[in-house]
Design a protein around this ligand. Structure first.
Ligand SMILES: *Cc1c(COP(=O)(O)O)cnc(C)c1O
Length: 224
């Protein structure tokens, strides 16, 4: 059996300098997070608001917490004061609700827009067309003063077919470049492409990911 520290060291050694690791600690105990914290890992990802808040309260305050789950509007207020990045924003409604929460506490909240690239129906996200429409319709920077769009996020199909996975990441990466050029050209903050999990992060990195979200390959299987 490999330890968490050993798994972490292997993953870190595979990451190019420009790719950051989000250690996905959902369903894992605080003690596991502390092991990585001692190795200087500061970015952790959680997918449940309640779990995130209770870990935030216990753990050191220099941790950068990323929310990677499906966020419900009525729960934004619990994480708004401290969240570093919300990965999976997939509607204008959610974006404007996040903006309202940010306004109330005078904080600009970093967000990624989630694109649906997988074949499965179940995964959340905008289609390419939907996001095009949204970006053309609204000047997001002017209308949402307390949200900062930092880039895009996507999840590939859950399949053994690496060609399919690569194809999906490539589509997303091309789209990311197009959106950056068309809508965020002078915006230095729009610089993140969050793609890649335990099963597919190597491919995601080859296709241009800047943020990989890895849980199982570091912490082991989650017990739900
Ligand atoms: C759980 C989760 C991950 C991590 O998945 P692993 O396969 O354990 O690495 C990454 N991204 C999202 C959105 C998740 O919900």
């Amino acid at each position: 059996m490999m330890t968490i520290k050993e798994n972490f060291e292997i993953i870190k050694s595979q990451l190019p300098e420009n790719v950051r690791l989000v250690a996905v600690s959902k369903f894992h105990p605080v003690s596991s997070i502390e092991i990585l914290y001692q190795q200087n890992q500061r970015v952790f990802g959680e997918s449940k608001v309640q779990e995130l808040v209770s870990k935030y309260e216990i753990l050191p305050k220099d941790i950068e917490w990323h929310f990677i789950g499906h966020l419900q509007s009525n729960k934004i207020k619990y994480i708004a004061p401290f969240i570093s990045l919300i990965h999976g924003v997939d509607s204008f409604k959610l974006l404007s609700d996040i903006n309202k929460s940010g306004e109330k506490i005078d904080r600009v909240i970093n967000c990624l827009l989630q694109i649906h690239i997988a074949q499965e129906e179940t995964k959340f996200g905008f289609s390419f067309d939907e996001l095009d429409d949204l970006l053309q319709k609204y000047d997001l920077k002017k209308s949402l003063t307390h949200v900062r769009i930092c880039g895009l996020m996507g999840m590939a199909s859950y399949t053994e077919d690496v060609n399919q996975v690569r194809k999906e990441f490539k589509l997303l990466a091309d789209y990311y470049k197009k959106v950056k050029k068309t809508f965020f050209l002078k915006d230095a903050y729009f610089c993140e492409l969050s793609m890649g999990m335990s099963g597919d992060y190597q491919i995601a990195i080859e296709e241009g990911s800047t943020l990989v979200r890895i849980g199982t390959s570091i912490f082991g299987q989650r017990v739900y």
